[in-house]
Design a protein around this ligand. Structure first.
Ligand code: FES
Length: 135
């Protein structure tokens, strides 16, 4: 474990990602619904920083159940997709080409072959935010 004090909780505006320096690297920190997340601040697409990126809830598509499709195979709605907004899973949208990465695990929501490093965080009783850069 390599904990680094990186910020104070009051420096983090809810829902707005901000970059800090720790352990010789730039780290993007987000306060979201009572939790603090941290990502390496380098987009794996073309190695640009996420600064000025947009944090928001994860939106993903999934097949929708359509009663019409079940009643009449090949009917209206069969194979259609709906969208789910998961406000418990924040993402950063890279400002360069709009790829999105989940804060909880760094997984790219746009292309699952890409991932950015996600760091474990802690907040002590004094409101100091720590990032664990060991893993
Ligand atoms: S550099 Fe981030 S999406 Fe291209």
């Amino acid at each position: 474990m390599a904990l680094h004090a990186i910020a104070r909780l009051e420096e983090l505006q809810e829902g707005k990602a901000r970059s800090f320096e720790a352990a010789g690297r730039s780290i993007l920190v987000l306060r979201w619904k009572g939790e603090v997340f941290a990502l390496r601040n380098i987009c794996p697409h073309q190695s640009q920083a996420f600064d000025e990126g947009y944090a928001r809830a994860w939106v993903y598509g999934q097949p929708t159940a359509c009663p019409a499709a079940g009643a009449a195979p090949g009917g209206v709605g069969e194979g259609s997709w709906g969208f789910v907004v998961d406000s418990d899973v924040p993402v950063i949208q890279c400002p360069w080409h709009r790829w999105e990465f989940r804060f909880e695990d760094g997984r790219c929501a746009t292309d699952p072959h890409f991932r950015v490093r996600a760091y474990r965080t802690e907040v002590d009783e004094d409101g100091t935010v720590y990032v664990d850069t060991a893993r």
